[in-house]
Design a protein around this ligand. Sequence first.
Ligand code: C2E
Ligand code: CA
Ligand code: CA
Length: 693
Amino acid sequence: MTLYVSSLLIACGICLFAGVHAVLAGTTGKREPLNQAFGCLSLLLAGYLLLAAAIYQADALSLARQLIRLQLTLACLIYPAAVWFLGLYAELRQRRRWLALASLVFGALLVINLLSSNSVIYTQIIRDHAIALPWGEQVHDFAGRKSKLFGAYFLAKDAIYVFATGCCIALWRRHSARAWPLTLYLLIQGLAAVHADIVNRSGTQMVTFEALAFLALVLLMGDRLRLELSQRATLLTHNLEELREETRRRQQVESTLRHLAYHDPVTGLSNRLALRDHVQAALAVQHTGDHALILLDLDHFRIINEALGHDVGDMLLKAVAARLLAAAPAGSLVARHGGDEFALHVGLPSGTAPAAAAREIVRGMTATLTAPYTIGAHDLAVGVSAGIALLPGMAGDVDSALRQVAVALHRAKASGRNTAIIFEQLMQAQADRRLLLEKGLRLALERDEFELHYQPQLDARGRFVAAEALLRWRHPQHGLIAPGEFIPIAEETGLIHAIGRYVLHQACLERESWAAVHADARVSINVSPWQLFAQDFVRTVHEAVNTTRTMPRNVTIEITENALLHDLEDVAYKMRELASLGFHFALDDFGSGYASLGNLKRLPLHELKIDRVFVEGLQAGVRDPLVEAIINIAHEQQLFVVAEGVETGQQREALAELGCDAIQGYLICRPMPSAQFHHWLDQLPEPVDLPGR
Ligand code: C2E
Ligand code: CA
Ligand code: CA
């Protein structure tokens, strides 16, 4: 039974396996120095154990000599490798120095070993008696005469064990879990050394276990390293999990942020940014065919919002958004462009003219949107104005596409709302001018660029009864600009309030400058609906007459029918308050809007101004039933009737026949600046009776 030799060979196999495993364990990814050192050490120990087994089995002395020399060569490699490994294992700061020292000493011994005929520690090797082991196994034994370096070699070897013990102490000091396996190994190795010493001293023929003790080193250290590796793997898996969780959380936050960035919080539709990206992408792709960008605006939404509150406004916007989404053609993008504006980007079917196709789509959408809404207790109807930009058209980029569609929408709103208008190149120049005016308008008051012109009204007998104040803007570059062009801008930008105060004040001043003969004449002042809706309207008017010492009975406030479309009660209340102070109220442009005659009864009106369009067609001697009816109804309500835009004598005569109370128009004179108007007043001819009155 070759138990001893077999155990050496088995130990060799285990070391070989552990060595290969440790070396390979570090080959993927980052190489672990500790594993590499352990692997090298284990492989060297495997070789050492194999040679030990071979020596015990060697028959020939010459072979034994070679094997012993080879074994010592390996030993000279093993001890520096052990220093390398232990230095890393104990995480010594000076480990490189220790390794260098060990390499130097054992390197020298190794060279001498290779050069000497027997080995570094023996000058002569002879065969000893074979050793018979208790279990019947017999192994060869060899003895040698000590060389001069014998003592040095064993001293160096013992120094390595001292070093190992030092490492062990360092680990214990640090309370490292690595201390235990090293301690255990050193104990085993120590026991084996003591046993070998006893055997050597007693001279008994016995095998020693010093080589076999290396197996303890490989097994104990290997186990420790494996444990650490698996702990690290667990930690790594855990970290990986956390990292994944973190990534998932971040993605969630990112997607929420992205949603917020690209969606409108009120309606949930895509927002302006998303629309931009979408249109940009569509414009970037060549040969996509025709497409259109459509901007839909709810007419007078601002008034609903202000009158019924933002909650109702928001609910209306949501309802509009839902209808838009439902009605939008497949593949189109619906977005909230801001405020009460919605955008639709849509591909147009090929084969039809793009303009016709876009108009058809808008017609469908408008029909859906204008059906009545029930929001809470309110039944609401909205009008829709639409601007259309046909793409790619002239629009090279998304900015010009958006500009074009905005210009078209603005046009649609200006042309009486509830219409759709397709962008044309000419509109751009007009839009540019508008933008210029908008900028200039903010400074016009400060720069004193406004002036009032006055146009007189004469009664049927030719007597001067009133003058209407008409605003002009003397623009430094563009000359005199008519109110029709800038008043809408002032209304949209809210500047109308400041401008309106200026007009009230200036017109009252003018009225006070008239001669005493005109004591009963009034100044007519145009007031925008937005001024009327303002909370402080009554106070503003009051202030104007107070600071200028004007009599309220000399002031007529002209309001338009639009002012009556919303919250009639509020407007009527303010009017009554002012009327009780003596102010007169005139309903301007009558017949051009939607005001019902029924509404007139509920308002403290004194005067009705017939719109120019009715006057245009009048001819002397030819009856106009509509104008006749208007005048009759107005008279039934005790209203003073003024006809506007009277340009011809024929018209004047026709109006006189119908019993119109006063006329205003180019026939008498055009609106004039204050100085010129004064001159006109001075030259006023004696009143004459007009025919038919
Ligand atoms: P409106 O109140 O209907 O004023 C009458 C407009 O008809 C004036 O135009 C006047 O110049 C013009 N007109 C007078 N007689 C004739 C005529 O015989 N033939 C023709 N074709 N036109 C005639 P204007 O001055 O351009 O004012 C336009 C509109 O601007 C006014 O219409 C009024 O609504 C508004 N507006 C003028 N001044 C003010 C103001 O101070 N405040 C506000 N809110 N609106 C104003
Ligand atoms: Ca007027
Ligand atoms: Ca008018």
